[in-house]
Design a protein around this ligand. Structure first.
Ligand code: SF4
Length: 317
């Protein structure tokens, strides 16, 4: 026995992750809910990009879509109402090596979470923020949300919503240091997947507004756009969302839009006669907060203590 050395090193075997490796519990969303399509798209991207499950985090607030982390077999944080973004920013600031997906709804993000939304865009930390915009509070059974259209009958406004809706994309485009804004629809899985993939590949905060069907409470909202494809306008550009030409040709209504043009992005996003889908804006050069503040993240406890003592010594007599 004497003289023998124990080799404690472990061989790290190559791993290949399948879709099942990212699939959590069975999703309990209503049949036909658009959330199912978004979940499938994110799981496919995780598989295609071979994201390490232990280095992937899904963060959410409160709402139907915020059940997202439960259905991913990654790390997850189902937070408080409107607070998905501060949690996600906290994760990213101390663990910039993690991939962060944020699931939030129009009520969660654009009402109680508005202050966090604005500052998260400005901080521009590298994460994908998916806003599931179904124009209603679904989980609490049909109250008017900030994106509800005028006249939509809800529990809080039985005679119809009174105020013009807030547009999440134009608001985001107006925030300083915005770096990526896109729109897509849940009922075209290829465009949805391509948009979320481009968002994942962007370095910075990628804000993706997803027009999401809620057959339970706002079944009619996106009906016309599904029946008549010309009511969806596909944005094209060599720097935009790359889309399979076979899929692109199903959109009779297409427009060229340069995603580096913020002024034009605002005009396109403001259109309410059609649903513009594609990349509205991208600026890859916006500063990212976690890059500027991650100094010292990898320090040992001893190094941190030594640094602290060195600072305190400056005040010693
Ligand atoms: Fe989806 Fe609407 Fe059902 Fe919520 S209430 S799970 S948003 S269909």
């Amino acid at each position: 026995m004497f003289g023998l050395k124990t080799d404690w090193s472990m061989e790290v075997l190559p791993r290949y992750f399948t879709l099942e490796d990212y699939e959590g519990g069975v999703a309990r969303w209503c049949p036909g809910c658009g959330d199912h399509a978004v979940l499938a798209a994110v799981q496919r991207i995780c598989r295609d990009e071979q994201l390490l499950p232990e280095k992937t985090v899904c963060v959410s607030g409160i709402g139907c879509s915020s059940r997202f982390p439960h259905y991913m077999k990654t790390y997850g944080f189902h937070g408080l109402h409107g607070r998905a973004l501060p949690v996600a920013c906290g994760v990213k600031s101390r663990r910039p090596d993690l991939t962060v997906w944020v699931a939030t709804g129009d009520g969660d993000c654009c009402s109680i979470g508005t202050a966090h939304w604005i500052h998260a865009i400005r901080y521009n930390m590298d994460m994908v923020v998916m806003v599931f915009d179904n124009n209603i509070y679904g989980l609490t059974k049909a109250q008017t949300s900030p994106t509800s259209r005028v006249g939509l009958k809800t529990n809080t406004h039985p005679s119809g919503a009174l105020l013009p809706p807030l547009n999440p994309s134009t608001v985001t485009l107006g925030i300083s240091n915005v770096s990526f804004v896109a729109q897509t629809v849940d009922w075209n899985p290829v465009h949805l997947h391509s948009t979320l993939l481009a968002a994942y590949q962007h370095k910075g905060l990628s804000f993706v507004r997803i027009m999401q069907r809620c057959p339970q409470y706002t079944a009619a909202v996106f009906d016309a756009a599904q029946q008549d494809p010309s009511l969806v306008m596909l944005l094209n550009h060599e720097d935009g969302i790359g889309l399979d030409p076979a899929v692109a040709k199903i959109f009779p209504n297409q427009a060229t839009h340069d995603p580096s043009n913020l002024h034009e992005a605002m005009a396109v996003a403001s259109r309410d006669d059609v649903i513009p889908i594609g990349l509205l804006f991208r600026d890859p050069d916006c500063p990212r907060y976690e890059e500027m503040t991650s100094h010292g993240v990898g320090m040992t406890a001893e190094e941190k203590l030594a640094g602290l003592e060195a600072e305190l010594d400056k005040f010693a007599l």
